[in-house]
Design a protein around this ligand. Structure first.
Ligand SMILES: [Zn+2]
Length: 548
């Protein structure tokens, strides 16, 4: 009886305590994007991960095991924009990292904006703003909901990794300037760096990291989850005759300009993790009744992944180290904000393909698509059909842009019949090895946003005003490259679309789901947890399994 009474007392007491300590909303949301992370890494590298990083999110949080990108191209700019807007390039307009702008007939960058200048290093990479992103982000909606009392800050080594998640009206966005080794911003945000960032920059952590050697965390023979250290599928870095550990950065740095080397080592992630902890303190995040938002995007995983491929010890070691960064960050949040008072989500902006040459050597269909020769052949055929007319103005991101002037007015005098031209190109492209399918503007206009299959992914990645006249999708395992080393991403296939989605902390019960979800579900789920509007272009759905 006594025992029973004490249990009752404990239950009442703990529920009271819970009621008192649990705010109506999380005090801080931390969004973590890992650039180029596959869902399968969580399983393949599991034996090397600690208890407090990824495994804490997996064990105590909610994991979507079957979450995918639902558009092409699966690149960094579109990925970050889609996570934070809950929509796809068809709506938010970030159709690639760089694209051919039809109006100015120049290539533009997803965050490039000549109206703004760098702050922190006048020669730095800082002509930057989020203006090309056409819909609101979850971070914008938080600012709107609290009359801008919430603090919203985005940080990354890459500019687009900081700028797009922070949205249009944040309190700051900071990215790494490889020219100076410092974090900078642009005049879109502020006229001067905050003092705490000046102080952080003065620590010269980038120099400290680059005076180190990159050695594996565990003895190298324990990396059984990856291929051998020396393979023909990995890029040889300047100053190294073989792609093997250890990497003597001090020596290699002599051959690389500025601080570019930092981002292609795991120390780029270490530096960002240090900045994240500094921002939490300096901006007093999560300290008042208004929910704050810190958007963190780790970029080194992508640069190392491109160079070495997902089967390399370099990538595995990078994830073992990132696991420690995440553990460190969660410990900091426990200490400063309090366990259960903050909300974390972790995802990736895209996954990655295996190195095609590696698959080829294993007799799995894959290859490099050599587009230069194919484009030249196409130009010849078009010249024969439409003599004296240069129909194709640009080919980029798997899209073909036509010279629109050739379709103005009378087709007989302007020179090109649209239907004949697109049929000709489609037939020619489908004769090329490695081409899966070709879509025209008309086909995509006639299809539905929710359409299934590869065409649906093309449609959702296709912005009617910004995208090209035709879109080409390559077969699984293929991408455009002329080198047998290294890899990339961008396709509609699962090796590029399948990414981790983990929610942890405030309002999240432990669990997992294998139901199909799309990356656009993250922002609406946050809207429900924060009790605020959905981003204004959002097409996703809140994840029922998490919120029920
Ligand atoms: Zn990449």
């Amino acid at each position: 009886m006594k025992r029973f009474a004490s249990i009752i007392f404990f239950l009442i007491f703990s529920s009271l305590a819970f009621a008192q300590n649990t705010p109506a909303r999380p005090k801080l949301v931390v969004g973590i994007v890992v650039d180029q992370m596959r869902q399968e890494y969580l399983y393949r590298f599991e034996s090397k991960l600690g208890k407090g990083g990824f495994k804490r999110l997996m064990g105590e949080g909610f994991m979507l095991k079957n979450a995918h990108y639902n558009y092409v191209p699966t690149y960094t700019g579109p990925g970050h924009a889609s996570i934070y807007t809950g929509s796809t390039p068809a709506i938010h307009g970030i159709i690639s990292n760089d694209w051919y702008d039809k109006t100015t007939r120049k290539t533009v960058n997803c965050v490039g904006d000549e109206r703004y200048k760098p702050v922190g290093n006048e020669k730095g990479n800082g002509d930057v703003s989020p203006s090309r992103m056409l819909s609101s982000t979850i971070t914008d909606e938080l600012e709107l909901a609290t009359q801008r009392r919430s603090k919203v800050i985005g940080i990354s080594v890459k500019d687009r990794g900081a700028v797009l998640p922070a949205g249009h009206t944040p309190d700051g966005a900071y990215w790494f300037d490889s020219n100076s080794g410092k974090f900078i911003t642009s005049t879109y945000y502020k006229e001067a760096l905050p003092l705490w960032l000046e102080d952080f920059n003065k620590l010269n952590l980038a120099d400290n990291y680059l005076n180190q050697e990159w050695k594996t965390v565990y003895p190298i023979d324990q990396y059984k989850e990856s291929g051998p250290d020396d393979t023909p599928y990995e890029t040889k870095w300047k100053g190294k005759d073989r792609p093997v550990f250890p990497y003597n950065l001090k020596e290699m740095r002599k051959l690389s300009p500025d601080y570019e080397l930092l981002a292609i080592t795991p120390f780029g992630n270490d530096l960002l993790a240090e900045l994240a902890k500094t921002v939490i303190d300096a901006e007093s995040l999560g300290k008042d009744e208004w929910t704050d938002f810190l958007a963190v995007s780790f970029s080194s995983t992508d640069l190392i992944g491109h160079a070495m491929g997902p089967n390399s010890i370099e990538v595995e070691d990078t994830y073992i180290r990132l696991d420690k960064n995440i553990e460190d960050l969660l410990n900091k949040l426990d200490k400063e904000i309090g366990k259960g008072q903050y909300l974390v989500f972790l995802t990736a902006d895209h996954a990655v393909a295996d190195v095609p040459q590696y698959l080829k050597d294993l007799r799995i269909p894959a290859d490099n698509f050599r587009s230069a020769a194919i484009e030249a052949g196409l130009a010849d055929i078009l010249q024969e059909q439409f003599p004296g007319k240069k129909l194709i103005e640009n080919v980029s991101n798997g899209q073909i842009f036509f010279n629109q002037e050739l379709f103005a007015g009378d087709p007989k005098t302007a020179g090109v019949d649209y239907l004949i031209a697109t049929e000709l190109i489609k037939n020619y492209m489908l004769r090329q090895e490695g081409v899966y399918d070709v879509y025209t503007r008309q086909m995509l206009s006639a299809s539905d946003y929710g359409e299934a299959g590869v065409k649906g992914l093309v449609k959702r990645g296709y912005h009617t005003k910004r995208s090209g006249d035709m879109a080409v999708v390559l077969e699984p395992g293929w991408f455009e490259s002329s080198r047998p080393q290294g890899t990339t991403h961008g396709s509609p296939f699962t090796y590029d679309t399948s990414v981790p989605v983990l929610f942890y902390g405030y309002g999240i019960k432990p669990g997992s789901s294998v139901t199909y979800h799309t990356i656009t579900d993250i922002a609406p789920t946050l809207s429900v947890l924060l009790k605020i509007k959905y981003p204004n272009g959002s097409t996703g759905q809140p994840v029922k399994e998490i919120l029920d």
